[in-house]
Design a protein around this ligand. Sequence first.
Ligand SMILES: [Zn+2]
Length: 183
Amino acid sequence: MPKNLKNLYIGAYIRAYMRANIGSKRRHRETYWQRWVKQHPRISIYLNREDYDVLKKVSDSLGLSYREVLLNAVSDIKALHDKLSKALEMIIEGKAHQQGYDEGYRKGYEAGYEQALKDIRNAKVPEYKIRALGLEYIKCAICKKPLEGYVVKTGTKLTEAIKNYVIRTNIHHSYHDKVVKND
Ligand SMILES: [Zn+2]
């Protein structure tokens, strides 16, 4: 082999080798990156100006990133959902169960439970008994008597929010809307 041709051959070999070497490194980095991406799914959201300004204001005032604000909001909703489910399943039903049992409706276990639930929802159980169980009725915005069917746990933020909402939006017994005619 002539010398210059040999050099050319080695040169080509080195170039090919280096390319393979660099290529394998790049491939390795890509697999790591691809793996990372798989573990960190990317989401994009489009906000209108108003929603964006709210998010920015909240994030600035709390000193949190947008990501942290959104994650906090999600976990707040989850906590609220969990609390609501628990309140419905355990507090209201459970306490009503206890109420049915304690008051001894003498209609058997199941009947007592069902009856207690019905009585509480129909606002037939006196307020003081309901309060002793840590519950209260939601009251009519006009006459302040219980609105049938609405029982809430006393002293929670959610209860206060519901009570404020009832007053603010003037939720009341439908019979207050009946026009009284004076003949
Ligand atoms: Zn009323």
